[in-house]
Structure formats: structure tokens, C-alpha cells
Design a protein. Structure first.
Length: 336
């Protein structure tokens, strides 16, 4: 496995089973759950035991291998995993890559899943270098959701760029948006950054506008769940608001994602399927109701940020500034 600095593993293959660090109970409880079937892993993805686009893809690849080990029907494994969450295209990319091997040999499939995992770490380390090169010295960064080692094979995408920039001495402050309703920023990003002694301040989602108005931020750096051919980006709900705010206040927006997050079959973001999650995630907190009984809510898990609000998209292949169909397609074929 490619070396990266995190002291924990969100996803691990161990003695023919899949181990997932339960992200629902972090940071105060460290619970490893063990899986032996693709159906149970699909539930784990849906229930947010593991989350983050690249991590979901890697997990699905291992889950497919689990069913091969047990001699179960791989078409069924593919189907049940593909139905777990709709927005992150990495899930479908990973399943296609596993199925396209055209084998039910468990050894070959476990090896392929490990390769997908390893390639993601390498991609993040490369992305870290490209992204960090775009940042100014003493950079003040605002990030949203969690895009770190928990959300990927390791190191992270947006958080990987922050890690790489910190090792170059370029970061003076990171602000982590709390990210309602799942609080990935408060529970996961703040925890990952504090473990690495990176200066982080937690921000209520609603406080971002005032912070930007004070001129306290240079770059907003976020991840992605799906990027279309023209550079529109689906990411955690709240990303679009941040991009609009950044534009208004003259701050720059960077999106970091591996090439496995691109869906070049879609012309633009209007066709991206947006996951709608249960109302109860908004009307309650830690199982306790916070809204009147019977109150309705909307809970889209992702939004789409149009390409014109994005200054840079960074991948392991390089980066594009002011994304367009032409510069994205050039980068994806290796001329970025
Ligand atoms: O609902 P989640 O926690 O899976 O959403 C995660 C995000 O939106 C991340 O920003 C994205 O997947 C990129 S993770 C490197």
C-alpha cells in the first residue's frame, strides 16, 4: 500500500473481510465494523458508515470481491451496490472496473480492489502537489464537508491539498464548515486536521458569509462527487452557496478530485442525480427531535456548482483554470 501519513484506516482488507471505521460515531468513538457480504456493505454505504466519493468507490470494489470469495452472484452484488447511493460517480466507475475484468476469480478481484485503493492514494498525493502549487503563501483556506483520509483511500483530495500545502509551510489558517446535517466538517475534518496539528477553526455554515466579508479567506477548497464535461461540480450540499459567496467577495474556489470523479458522459450538471436523504436527518440531531413533531423538511445531500464559479479544478493529471469543455477534455487525456 502506498504510504500516507494518516494514523487510521477508514477502509481495510483484513483476513478475507472488509473492515470499515464507523464514521457515524467519530470523533468520540472508534468502532471498526467487519463485513462479509456485498449486501451488508451496500447498507453501510447508504447508512454513512463509510462516505466520501472515492472511499465509496473503493469500498464497493472490495464488497464485490467479498461476494466473489463466497461464490455469490456477482451481477446481484453489482446491482445491490449500485443502488446504495446515486450521486458519487466513483461508485459506478469502481463497479464497472471490477465487472470489466470478466472473472469471478476471488484472488484476481481482491487484487483489483487493492489496486483501486492504492491508485487512489497515489492520485491524492499527486493532486496535493498540483493544488498546493496554486496557493499563495500564508494561505487562509475554507473547506466544506470532509475530503480527507476518511473520504478517500488516504491523504485526501481537498484536504490532501491542504496537507501538502502545510508541509510546504504555505497555510496560516484552515476554516472547516460544520456541514449540516451530517456534520462531516465538525466531526471528521476538524478531527483529521487536529490530529495533524494543522490550525483549524470550526465555522457554523451560516457564518461563512460574514467571515468572507471580513476578508479572512483566500481560497475555498472542496472535493467533488461528480464533475461533468463542462466542469459543473456536484458536491456536498452547501458548496454552491460557498462558491456564490466566494465570487461576491473576490475569493477563489478550487475543486479537487481524482479523474475517477469525472462523468464525461454528462454535458453539464443538470443531469446529475442528486440524492435525497430522509427528512429525519434534518428534523433531529443525534436521534433527538429538534423540530416540531410532523414538521416536513428537504434534505438534498448534494448541490451543483456551475463551472463559471470555479477558478481551478485539480486532479492527479494536472489542473485546469476557469474550466471549459476543451481544457477539461485536454487534461483528461493527459495534456493538462
Ligand atoms: O455525503 P458524503 O459525506 O458522502 O459527501 C461527501 C462529499 O460531498 C465530499 O465532498 C466528496 O465526496 C469528496 S470526498 C474526497
Amino acid at each position: 500500500m502506498t504510504a500516507h501519513s494518516s494514523s487510521f484506516h477508514a477502509i481495510a482488507w483484513h483476513e478475507q473481510s472488509l473492515h470499515l471505521l464507523d464514521q457515524r460515531v467519530l470523533p468520540h468513538t472508534h468502532q471498526i465494523l467487519k463485513y462479509h457480504t456485498a449486501a451488508d456493505v451496500a447498507d453501510a454505504i447508504r447508512d454513512m458508515v463509510v462516505r466520501g466519493a472515492p472511499a465509496i468507490g473503493i469500498t464497493a470494489a472490495y464488497a464485490y470481491a467479498l461476494d466473489a470469495l463466497a461464490g455469490r452472484d456477482l451481477d446481484q452484488a453489482y446491482k445491490v451496490l449500485a443502488e446504495s447511493r446515486p450521486t458519487a460517480v466513483n461508485l459506478f466507475w469502481a463497479l464497472e472496473r471490477m465487472a470489466s475484468l470478466g472473472t469471478d476469480d476471488p484472488h484476481a478481484l481482491v487484487a483489483e480492489a487493492k489496486k483501486i485503493h492504492d491508485e487512489d492514494i497515489t492520485a491524492n498525493l499527486d493532486m496535493g502537489k498540483f493544488g498546493a502549487s496554486l496557493l499563495n503563501d500564508q494561505c487562509r483556506i475554507y473547506t466544506h464537508c470532509n475530503t480527507g483520509a476518511l473520504a478517500t483511500g488516504g491523504h485526501g483530495t481537498a484536504l490532501g491539498i491542504i496537507r501538502s500545502a502545510v508541509t510546504q509551510g504555505k497555510v496560516s489558517q484552515v476554516y472547516a464548515g460544520e456541514t449540516r446535517p451530517w456534520l462531516q466538517g465538525a466531526r471528521l475534518t476538524a478531527w483529521e486536521l487536529m490530529q495533524d496539528n494543522i490550525p483549524v477553526k470550526l465555522v457554523c455554515d451560516g457564518a461563512a458569509a460574514q467571515l468572507f466579508r471580513q476578508g479572512a479567506v483566500d481560497w475555498v477548497i472542496v472535493g467533488a462527487d461528480r464533475i461533468t464535461a463542462n466542469g459543473d461540480v456536484a458536491n456536498k450540499i452547501g458548496t454552491y452557496s460557498l462558491a456564490v459567496l466566494a465570487k461576491h467577495h473576490g475569493m477563489k474556489v478550487m475543486v479537487a478530485a481524482p479523474s475517477t470523479t469525472f462523468d464525461l458522459t454528462l454535458d453539464n450538471g443538470t443531469a446529475i442525480p442528486i440524492e435525497q436523504r430522509p427528512m429525519s436527518e434534518v428534523t433531529s440531531l443525534n436521534g433527538q427531535p429538534i423540530a416540531p413533531e410532523g414538521c416536513e423538511a428537504i434534505n438534498p445531500s448534494f448541490d451543483v456548482t456551475p463551472a463559471e464559479l470555479i477558478d481551478a479544478i485539480v486532479t492527479e493529471k494536472g489542473y485546469v483554470l476557469n474550466p471549459t469543455v476543451a481544457n477539461i477534455s485536454a487534461m483528461m487525456v493527459g495534456n493538462g
